[in-house]
Design a protein around this ligand. Structure first.
Ligand code: SF4
Length: 321
């Protein structure tokens, strides 16, 4: 039985089981309830000192330290929870279907192993009858675009740390599957795993397949074990010293600023970007204007952005923002 009451401050805010959620974007009430409800259905315990989840471990260390310190963050807004709520519902549906129609599958099994005194937990979505790990992701087509870009850049000789920094989208999928395999610790589990992608925002005019499977070679267990140990040691050292690591540009989803000049071309009666005028730094842009700008040109400037900070649960308390 659930207890849903309107909040005192904003009629659109909701409280479920004493936890408050804001609804600043006026998500329809039923979707808002759905988002709040499913956001509370996490089967594991939240991170704390001595315990980390796989997803926390493969993200920025600064976020991991905020998470284990259990700092109070502002109430979540239902608009930010809706996509993951839909993903959770899809996971539930997949698990029910596989369990009902193919008993050889193992679904949503929670795993835990200890590394240097810390418990690391994870829950894979699917282990197929022939022991391949598969994880279901309900994502935007932007993720598939970033994954394709990363696969272009990928160098065979890179280790986990180099992949983390240089190809973060590719890394997060391979690392998650690899950690599950290491936690399972079963030599019969395949050395490759898959992500089953389902797009939540369409195919972008047929550019992407709505439901697809991408298979990745997994990291060796020894490499995963040393990656986990190193990250825990860094987290512990920061906790002992009372310090915080900084998130890198890649962890913050840095998008460089863009400067360009636009000009009206009377022959074609159109306004277009002046050829060669696009720059990612202001000094070069100003030099271009001095050399080739004309009266009447207009400057179009897009500020630098840290896209992932906008989606970070700790943005309201993070002093690196
Ligand atoms: S808000 Fe940005 S800088 Fe701060 S922890 Fe989150 S991702 Fe890192």
């Amino acid at each position: 039985m659930s207890f849903i009451t309107p909040s005192a401050q904003l009629t659109t805010d909701i409280t479920i089981h004493d936890k408050s959620f804001t609804n600043e974007h006026n998500v329809p009430k039923e979707f808002a309830i759905m988002a709040a409800h499913w956001s509370m259905q996490y089967s594991g315990n939240p991170p704390r000192i001595g315990k980390l989840s796989t997803t926390t471990l493969i993200g920025p260390l600064r976020k991991a330290i905020y998470a284990v310190q259990n700092l109070v963050v502002e109430p979540s807004d239902v608009a930010n929870l809706l996509a993951s709520a839909k993903g959770t519902i899809m996971h539930e549906g997949m698990t029910q279907a596989l369990r009902a129609h193919n008993s050889g599958y193992i679904c949503e099994q929670r795993l835990e192993r200890e590394f240097v005194g810390w418990k690391v937990s994870g829950e894979f979505d699917i282990l197929t009858p022939d022991k391949q790990i598969k994880d279901l992701k309900f994502v935007s087509n932007y993720n598939l675009k970033k994954l394709a870009e990363d696969r272009e850049k990928l160098q065979a000789e890179w280790d986990m740390h180099e992949m983390y920094e240089n190809v973060p989208t590719y890394f997060k999928y391979v690392a998650q599957l690899s950690i599950y395999r290491t936690l399972l610790n079963d030599p019969e589990v395949k050395p490759y795993g898959s992500i089953l992608f389902s797009l939540n925002n369409g195919s972008d005019m047929g550019k992407y397949t709505i439901d697809s499977e991408v298979t990745f070679p997994l990291f060796l267990n020894e490499e995963v074990e040393s990656f986990i140990t190193e990250r825990i040691n860094i987290i512990q050292a920061h906790l002992d010293a009372g310090t915080m690591p900084l998130c890198s540009d890649s962890e913050r989803g840095y998008n460089a600023p863009e400067y360009k000049l636009e000009r009206y071309y009377p022959n074609s009666s159109s306004t277009r970007t002046v050829p060669g005028s696009k720059f990612s730094n202001e000094a070069d842009f100003r030099a271009f204007i001095m050399a080739k700008g004309k009266l009447g040109d207009s400057e179009v400037i897009k500020e630098a952005k840290y896209n992932l900070c906008n989606y970070c649960n700790f943005s309201s308390i993070c002093d690196q923002m």
